[in-house]
Design a protein around this ligand. Sequence first.
Ligand code: ZN
Length: 173
Amino acid sequence: MSSLPKQPSVAVSLSGMGSSSLNKQPKPAAAGKRDLRKVPFVELFNGRLQGVVSSGSDLERVYVSFFEAGSFDYYCSTNNNRPCGGLRGSPCKHLQALLHEAVAQYGVEQVARFLQLPGDLSQVKSEKEIWPRLRGSLTKDPAGEVFSRFLNYLRYLELEGSDRPVVEMGWFG
Ligand SMILES: [Zn+2]
């Protein structure tokens, strides 16, 4: 019963793809270690790099931040929709932390491509090359949707990772 090869043989025509660029493929993702305490949630979703960033000073407060792909418009506000005080004509430190963690999670290449950075992306090797290109303008947008996606994500983690009772189930008790 060992007539099937263990590895499917891959016969893809690479002609016209320029083999030299193939050899220089960057390593996939795993660019760094995620800091979940600082940025508990980051995702590339619906044309936005978005996520939730902890407040440095107040444990009870989080910021919801995003960059829009293509326009690089950005916003940062607290989970109850107060605008971030760090937004003074340029992205705040929460947005910087968000980008940092996105690169750690997805890798530079994927983040740069997702954000639709202009120019030669092969020159973009780290977040330091992404950050100066993110020059959109401030665009107010309520944090509610991102924040509820974060809460759903937490709930999912809880369901997956522990056998603690699910709070919502109490309503049916
Ligand atoms: Zn902020």
